[in-house]
Write a protein that binds this ligand. Structure first.
Ligand SMILES: [Zn+2]
Length: 134
């Protein structure tokens, strides 16, 4: 039986659920699916400029795991821009180090200490919030 993959810790969820290409593209083509751990690897390594060792420490996985996650992410990003495909960011074997919530009213995302459930949106005050991990 294959060893189950270790969960990757995510510091901050992606701001959007995905991206659409500009100009003409085949809207009915299957979107490229980037998992949230792959997104986090791109964010830490390419955006924050961290080393793979530093990213591994933050994500709580081994350095070879970060390398593997990052390589998959790079191929997906290349496929998205080369084939002009939509990108969706979802799923993955992940956990957050704090609880993240999204407001259905204003679409803002905010976090709270683990186990704490805010009663309303910190920005607009609406009580239409849901936990992003659920
Ligand atoms: Zn709100």
């Amino acid at each position: 039986m294959p060893k189950p993959r270790v969960l990757s810790k995510i510091q901050m969820p992606p701001r959007v659920k995905g991206f659409n290409p500009m100009g003409y593209y085949r809207k009915n083509a299957e979107p490229v699916k980037l998992s949230i751990d792959e997104y986090e690897a791109i964010r830490l390594l390419d955006y924050e400029g961290l080393t793979q060792k530093q990213a591994a420490s933050i994500m709580g996985v081994s350095r070879p795991s970060v390398t593997r996650i990052y390589q998959k992410a790079r191929v997906k990003m290349a496929t998205m821009i080369t084939e002009a495909r939509q990108l969706s960011i979802e799923g993955g074997r992940i956990f957050f180090d704090s609880s993240w919530f999204c407001c259905e009213n204003c679409d803002s995302k905010f976090n709270a200490p683990l186990g704490k459930q805010p009663e309303c949106c910190v920005l607009c005050g609406a009580n239409t919030i849901y936990n992003l991990e659920e």
